[in-house]
Design a protein around this ligand. Structure first.
Ligand code: ADP
Ligand code: GN1
Ligand code: MG
Length: 382
């Protein structure tokens, strides 16, 4: 998706509707997300907080009031749960929205654009590429804990902010539609990738089928567990899971798979040189241990068995979505050059291939980590 830069004067006008303390020293673009426009808002008063402003992409999130209702519910629930955990700091570990003067969690400007403001979590960083096993372990713990803390939030209370988001059958349908329309004649350039997707369509539908057969419970899942959606503190300890727009009912394998996709890849999500794409097994092990530490007591055996299916499914879904957007004319993701989505699709499909080649090793790592968290009592019962 292409976008024009927004004038600072307009951004200042938008900010004037939020109950900010102090005054604004400067506003700058922030982060590397593919969806929203994010700005760092620096306070000129050292004693007052800095803020994180976002223009919500309402081409992607069609119903912003319902989306924001979800985020309010999820953050309230997390805050309540953390308040009961000794040593936890809800104000640091959960995103906090800054309300408007009209007590709303978002503001709609004269152009019909929606905006929201969070308190900036100071001293934190997000990483597009993981740098150490400790970071991977902390990421696993953070996303696992997120699931565990939300396991008692009633899924019926949440709206589906993007219907059928990770439903591969829906994604394959949209892919076929794009190929049939082929509005820019781009399908020709993507013949190999199209064949790759078609060969795997059936096999990649396993989680969907297991769900339909009632073998996998729907939980409140994050659904965008890219590694850069967890903020780490100065000591590389996980502090806060962010980017809550897609928190809605889903399967645990989706969250595990999407996080693994971005944690273990030795190269960037859009790597051009495909030979650089490979698996960092140490990071896989560390992330899995952190994730299962927090979740193994709530997950069913079938859910644990489904995790490795998520590991190949999520990069496949992302590759398919990038490919669909490429054929469609780049209407969804932000892109930096005309072939960007195709390059992203190629990189994700290569990652799928490498993960497929190592399926057994990855599966045995998951099994080992699961076994290590079983209590002796559970061992007796088995
Ligand atoms: P997108 O959906 O576009 O990825 P995110 O909500 O993930 O948007 O935000 C983009 C980036 O901004 C994140 O990767 C993170 O680095 C940073 N960020 C978001 N919220 C905060 C916050 N409250 N405090 C500090 N940094 C943040
Ligand atoms: C988008 O917002 P961001 O950049 O964290 C996308 C995810 C994809 C990801 C690929 C709402 O996430 O689903 O996995 O790009 N978010 C949405 O990098 O589509
Ligand atoms: Mg993000």
């Amino acid at each position: 998706m292409k976008d024009n830069p927004i004038a600072e004067q307009h951004i200042r006008e938008v900010l004037s509707h939020f109950t900010l303390e102090g005054s604004i020293a400067g506003i700058s673009s922030y982060g590397s997300g593919h969806i929203h426009d994010t700005y760092f808002v620096k306070n000129s008063k050292a004693a007052c907080p800095n803020y994180l402003l976002q223009r919500i992409n309402h081409n992607v999130f069609r119903n912003v009031p319902l989306l924001m209702e979800n985020i309010e519910q999820v953050t309230q629930h997390l805050r309540k749960k953390l308040a009961k955990i000794p040593g936890a700091s809800p104000e640091k570990e959960v995103l906090t929205l800054v309300p408007t003067y009209g007590k709303q969690s978002f503001y709609c400007d004269i152009n019909g654009n929606y905006w929201r403001v969070y308190f900036l979590l100071e001293g934190t960083r997000s990483y597009d590429l993981v740098g150490s096993p400790q970071q991977a372990y902390e990421g696993g713990k953070a996303f696992g804990r997120f699931l565990a803390l939300l396991s008692d939030l009633d899924i019926d209370k949440l709206h589906e902010s993007i219907p059928d988001f990770h439903n591969i059958e829906n994604r394959l349908r949209l892919f076929k539609e794009a190929m049939q329309k082929n509005p820019l004649g781009r399908a020709e350039q993507a013949r190999e990738e199209i064949a790759f997707a078609q060969q795997r369509a059936e096999e990649m539908s396993t989680i969907c089928r297991m769900g339909r057969e009632g073998r996998l419970p729907l939980r409140v899942t994050h659904n965008d567990t890219k590694f850069n959606n967890v903020l780490l503190d100065r000591f590389d300890k996980a502090q806060c899971v962010i980017d809550l727009d897609t928190v809605m009912p889903g399967y645990v394998a989706y969250d595990f798979g999407d996080a693994i996709r971005t944690t273990v890849n030795k190269a960037a999500e859009d790597e051009r040189e495909l030979d650089k794409i490979g698996i960092n097994f140490e990071f896989f092990n560390a992330f899995t241990e952190g994730f299962l530490l927090e979740t193994s007591s709530i997950l069913t055996d079938e859910e644990i068995a489904s995790l490795s299916l998520g590991v190949t499914l999520l990069p496949f879904i992302m590759g398919l979505r990038f490919l669909t957007d490429y054929i469609d004319g780049d209407n969804y993701y932000k892109t930096q050059f005309p072939e960007h989505n195709l390059q992203r699709a190629r990189a994700q499909f290569r990652l799928v291939q490498v993960l497929e080649e190592n399926r057994e090793l990855l599966q045995s790592t998951i099994e080992r980590a699961t076994a290590s968290y079983k209590t002796p009592l559970e061992d007796h019962q088995v």
